[in-house]
Structures are given as structure tokens and as C-alpha cells.
Design a binder for this molecule. Structure first.
Ligand code: SF4
Ligand code: SF4
Length: 178
């Protein structure tokens, strides 16, 4: 590197420092004034419900399988009345979570969702493990109209395949073979 180029780079770096040292401060008086968090921020994770108020989670374990931090622990079970699967227990260890959002991407029922709540500081690690009660909200989250069991494509009690919303009757593949 030539000496003139070297001096030019040092001068440029110092001028940037001096410029910022005297620039107008953009101070936000948090926590009195909350910062403007973008809607797609990946913060605190919640478990949502369908528009009918039922739990969306069907304990498929996709979120826990995809989680790179192994932060999710689920125990699945079946409801007695209609054999629908649900999460008997659901825990997220936020001390491990890296807020990557992969659990949300993987979830077929849109049960697990990230939110723009970032205020999750705790004084001890044990408090960062949220159980199902702490994760569950009484609302639909980002998808107000979505109900997995209206779109699922599998038979459930009282409905055959093809009877669900936006769903066609299954095609008999043998009928379309040459
Ligand atoms: S956001 Fe990422 S790290 Fe956190 S629980 Fe979901 S998949 Fe795991
Ligand atoms: S939150 Fe979604 S991905 Fe995770 S177990 Fe429940 S239904 Fe499956």
C-alpha cells in the first residue's frame, strides 16, 4: 500500500469519527418511549389458537425437530373426544433460543409464531423456560382466518377427505393411467 493511500484511509476513518461525535443525538428514552419494532421482528414466541378458539398445535414435532438450538420440548397426546392430537406439554427454553424463526417456518398449523415483543430479560436462567401456559395466547396471531383443520386434506371425525374448505376430492391415480 502506498503511503498516500495509507494516509488517505486514516484521514477518512478519523473524519467519520469526528463527524459522528458532533452529530445530533437520536436518543430514545427507553423504557418510557418504546422503540418502533418492525412487524416481521422475531421476538417472543407464542402458541396461537384457531378463529374458533381451539389450540392450533397438533404436536407434530416439526418445530422441535427443526430447531437448531434444541430449545423446544414437546409431549404430544390425543384428545379423547375426536382423537385430534395436541401438545400435552410444550416448553421453550429462551436461554437457548436464537430467535431464528425456523420453528415458525416449519409449523404446518401456524400455531407457533414469533412476535415483536423483545422485553424478555430475566435475572435467572430458569425463568427463561416458558411452559405451555406462558406461551399460549388467546388469539389467532398473524393469521386471523387460518384453521388447519379446514384445509388439512386428511379425514377427521365428521369429515371425509375432500370435504374441507378449498379442497378437491382425491383423484384415483389408476383412473388416469394410460
Ligand atoms: S426461533 Fe429458532 S432457536 Fe428459537 S425456538 Fe424457534 S427454531 Fe428454535
Ligand atoms: S407448534 Fe406447529 S410445528 Fe410445533 S408441534 Fe405444534 S403444530 Fe407442530
Amino acid at each position: 500500500m502506498k503511503i498516500t493511500q495509507y494516509i488517505g484511509e486514516i484521514t477518512g476513518a478519523f473524519s467519520a469519527t469526528i463527524k459522528h461525535a458532533f452529530a445530533k443525538r437520536d436518543t430514545v428514552l427507553y423504557p418510557e418511549v418504546k422503540p418502533d419494532i418492525p412487524g416481521r421482528w422475531r421476538g417472543r414466541i407464542i402458541l396461537t389458537k384457531t378463529p374458533k378458539g381451539e389450540e392450533r398445535c397438533v404436536a407434530c414435532y416439526l418445530c422441535s425437530s427443526v430447531c437448531p438450538a434444541h430449545a423446544i420440548t414437546i409431549q404430544g397426546a390425543e384428545r379423547e373426544e375426536d382423537e385430534r392430537r395436541y401438545a400435552k406439554s410444550f416448553e421453550i427454553n429462551f436461554a437457548r433460543c436464537i430467535f431464528c424463526g425456523m420453528c415458525e417456518e416449519a409449523c404446518p398449523t401456524r400455531a407457533i409464531q414469533t412476535t415483536n415483543d423483545f422485553e424478555m430479560g430475566e435475572k435467572n436462567r430458569d425463568s427463561l423456560t416458558y411452559d405451555k401456559k406462558a406461551l399460549s395466547v388467546d388469539g389467532v396471531g398473524k393469521y386471523p382466518d387460518f384453521d388447519y383443520f379446514e384445509h388439512t386434506g386428511v379425514p377427521i371425525k365428521g369429515k371425509e377427505v375432500g370435504d374441507n374448505v378449498d379442497e378437491n376430492k382425491p383423484v384415483d391415480v389408476y383412473s388416469i393411467l394410460p
